[in-house]
Design a protein around this ligand. Structure first.
Ligand code: ZN
Length: 770
């Protein structure tokens, strides 16, 4: 390239879009150091684990992917009078890993409630502004509750005692020889513990006591010693259960017998094996009807029957037997207070039962809404992921609860004592049911590590919850929100603004352990759900997003994915580079704030501008050294002269006129629409997260034009970018993110001209006039 052409090339870049940019020339400038800041768009090689033969770079399981398996054979007995639970279990553990294991880790989650638990000692907060009475009593007045495991024995397959060591909520089995790769081992544990009151003591499991009739309703989970996960990512996932970070569990098959008072109604994870023994003839008949009823729930145990049972306190026992295949956990609910309803839902070519269990205290709300919400969840989630693979999904009413297990979950939403309820109670209840039933997909089937990554199940589930709520709202229109939309608490971008713009010292990145975050709700639920919503609606588009999201669910169902498996699959299946998005939304506490900073108006001229004259003088160039050029003169500069105004470019630029004569036919020239107005618009980005620049331009005739510049517009300048708009019509207004799609925390800088916020006094005056 000769010298003059080199100058010319540099100059073209200098003038950017205003000149006739040539992309191949531009690439040279990009290499100059310090010219641009690409760190927000840097690929995530440093943050992401290196792909390997267990986990592929595509985000799919690799050729050597393995997972462990744990089968359970359990006999459980509930002592309702004394609120104790007893269990004997045999665990068969399959070592599918390539490693020989010198010891095994078993989780004893109930030890978080043992008298000497360190969990309450880990908080350093001082005096609260106020205490609930129950909380105050538990903290300062009553004896600490002893709800830890009492381990009676641990035995090997031959009945010989097996040595073990308990470290808080983890138990190490000191097996005599290493469990070799490909081998399996069986051992038995006998245990019991005191069941806690989950309403007053808080907890994901326990009983609620009803003083009026003297009954308890139990929702029981984390109740048996459970195998920890051993994987290619963590080795043993044996982080203690402190209380916030939930669970990591391997899949397996369960064979469970649960003995309870004979007048209890019980449901649990798994297929009931002895229905005829535990159901009355009337219940069997109703059950057969329910299996063929797709449009509404069929009552299996009526409120009248439940109210009669409440008075019984039978001394007899009944054993309910279940088998569950390929589940990661086990839970059950039992009480003589339970009303029971169910209906069939078609999922793919299979029937699934949507089921609800609730005491009379849940009615009339529960019989009206619960099973309907379960059915909607199975339909919407299946559409976006995979067909729900289990035969039932149960929603159990338990005060203040919102907790999930395979096929069964506990949900809040209690009407007032007279049976009336607010919209808040009703929609809160429907939402929690959708959320907890939805957890069957994430993490019960797409089995992520909850102890390490709260957002992988909570965030994905809350995102899917939003889609399901909106579909539920369409099917059963509400009357409380605009356009009858379902009043979703989380999902809309604007709802995340208060959190993301809040005190930075109390915000953690989404990619944090749940024990270490300040505000778990927005951190693990709201923000990731919003991030996925924006990704779907604004960044990727529904079609690309939905395909990629479904690909992730299908690749990892009944497996153990990591965050990288999710991030990589979303890119792999869509051809959208999202590293910048994961970095901004998931790895930082940055927020979105994009605005319009200034607008300059230009007209076409043939006369070199002052800047161009200086450029030529500096390089000893004359116009004769350069090819024919066109210049844009800014209205508020010395380059401007009034006669340029209102003219078309060919009238004010002889060079352009000649170019068109030389290169275009008369017919082509006749069709040309010449822009009369040129604007250079400066957009700025006070927020850290780069986002698509969504702009609505309004012209003098009232017409609007919407342009979305991809987020990559910020790749070379993180603070400020410029766009040139040419038009035949005068530009009168600019709005950034007009539909509030991006969670922009400050919309005061989103408009040009700046919208004057009316003072209260002005509004007051208007009201008087009106
Ligand atoms: Zn959840």
């Amino acid at each position: 390239m000769n010298k003059i052409k080199y100058y010319f090339a540099s100059m073209l870049f200098l003038f950017g879009a205003m000149a006739i940019a040539q992309e191949e020339e531009e690439s040279k400038e990009e290499r100059e150091p310090g010219h641009y800041n690409q760190s927000r768009f840097k690929q995530m090689y440093e943050e992401f684990a290196t792909p390997n033969t267990y986990r592929s770079a595509s985000g799919a399981p690799g050729p050597d992917y393995y997972q462990q398996r744990a089968d359970y054979d359990m006999n459980i007995e509930l002592d309702d009078k004394n609120a104790k639970i007893y269990g004997e279990e045999t665990i068969t553990y399959f070592n599918n890993s390539p490693d020989n294991l010198e010891f095994l880790w078993v989780q004893l989650d109930q030890n978080v409630r043992s008298k000497d638990s360190k969990s309450p000692l880990r908080n350093g907060n001082g005096v609260n502004i106020a205490y609930t009475t129950g909380n105050f009593a538990n903290t300062y007045v009553t004896e600490p509750f002893d709800g830890g495991f009492n381990i009676e024995y641990v035995k090997d397959a031959n009945g010989r005692p097996l040595s073990y060591t308990i470290n808080q909520t983890m138990m190490r089995l000191n097996i005599p020889q290493p469990l070799k790769s490909g081998e399996q081992i069986s051992f038995s544990i006998k245990w019991w513990y005191n069941i806690n009151d989950h309403v007053n003591g808080r907890g994901r499991s326990g009983y609620e006591y009803f003083p009026k009739d003297g009954n308890r309703a139990y929702v029981i989970a984390q109740f048996f010693p459970r195998m920890a996960v051993y994987s290619d990512v963590e080795g043993w996932q044996n982080h203690q259960f402190w209380g916030s970070g939930e669970f990591a569990l391997p899949f397996g098959n369960y064979n469970v017998s649960i003995t309870v008072p004979a007048d209890h109604i019980l449901d649990a994870t798994g297929v009931l094996q002895n229905r005829k023994e535990v159901f009355s003839k009337e219940m069997m008949k109703r059950y057969e009807t329910a299996k063929k009823t797709y449009d509404k729930p069929v009552i299996i145990v009526t409120q009248q029957e439940a109210e009669a049972a409440e008075k019984g306190f039978s001394e007899k026992k009944k054993t309910w037997k279940f088998k569950a295949t390929n589940v990661r956990d086990y839970g059950f609910a039992t009480s003589r207070k339970f009303i029971w309803d169910m209906q069939a839902v078609k999922i793919g070519n299979k029937d699934v039962m949507a089921v609800s269990l609730y005491p009379k205290e849940g009615n009339p709300l529960w019989e009206e809404q619960s099973t309907k919400a379960v059915a909607q969840t199975l339909e919407t989630y299946s559409k976006h992921t995979f067909d729900y693979p289990y035969h039932k999904a149960i929603s159990v009413h338990a005060k203040n609860q919102g907790m999930e297990y395979p096929m069964i979950c506990w949900n809040y939403g209690r009407p007032n004592e007279d049976g009336t309820y607010s919209d808040r109670t009703k929609y809160g209840m429907i939402s929690v049911i959708i959320h907890e039933v939805g957890h069957n997909f994430f993490p019960m089937i797409v089995n992520s590590d909850e102890r390490q990554w709260g957002w992988m199940d909570e965030g994905l589930d809350t995102f899917m919850q939003y889609l399901t709520e909106q579909e539920f709202g369409k099917k059963y229109p509400t009357v409380i929100a605009p356009n009858d939309a379902y009043p979703s608490r989380r999902g809309a971008p604007s709802k995340m603004v208060p959190y993301m713009s809040g005190d930075q010292s109390h915000i953690s990145p989404i990619m944090s352990n749940p024990e270490n975050v300040y505000q778990l709700g927005p951190n693990a639920y709201g923000k990731p759900a919003t991030a996925l919503n924006i990704l779907r609606e604004t960044v990727m588009g529904k079609e690309l997003f939905d395909h990629a999201f479904k690909t992730y669910a299908q690749r990892w169902k009944f497996k153990h994915p990591t965050p990288e498996d999710f991030f990589r699959t979303m890119e792999d299946a869509s051809a959208v580079d999202l590293d910048w998005y994961w970095r901004g939304w998931f790895y930082t506490t940055d927020y979105v704030d994009i605005g319009v900073k200034g607008v300059k108006k230009y007209y076409v001229t043939n006369k070199p501008t002052k800047e161009m004259e200086k450029y030529m003088a500096d390089r000893n160039l004359t116009e004769a050294d350069l090819p024919p050029l066109v210049y844009l003169a800014e209205e508020d500069s010395e380059d401007f002269s009034p006669e340029l105004k209102g003219k078309s470019p060919t009238e004010t630029s002889q060079n352009l006129r000649e170019f068109m004569m030389d290169n275009m036919t008369e017919a082509e020239r006749a069709k040309v629409k010449e822009p009369k107005y040129f604007y250079e618009i400066t957009f700025d980005k006070p927020g850290g997260i780069p986002m698509p620049l969504i702009v609505e331009y309004t012209y003098a005739d009232g017409s609007k034009e919407n342009i979305t510049y991809p987020a990559e517009i910020w790749r070379k300048n993180d603070a400020e970018v410029k766009r040139v708009v040419s038009s035949q019509k005068e530009l009168v207004g600019i709005v950034v993110d007009p539909k509030l799609e991006t969670a922009d925390i400050d919309t005061a800088n989103n408009s040009w001209p700046i919208k004057e916020e009316k003072s209260d006094f002005d509004k007051f005056k208007e009201n008087i006039k009106g």
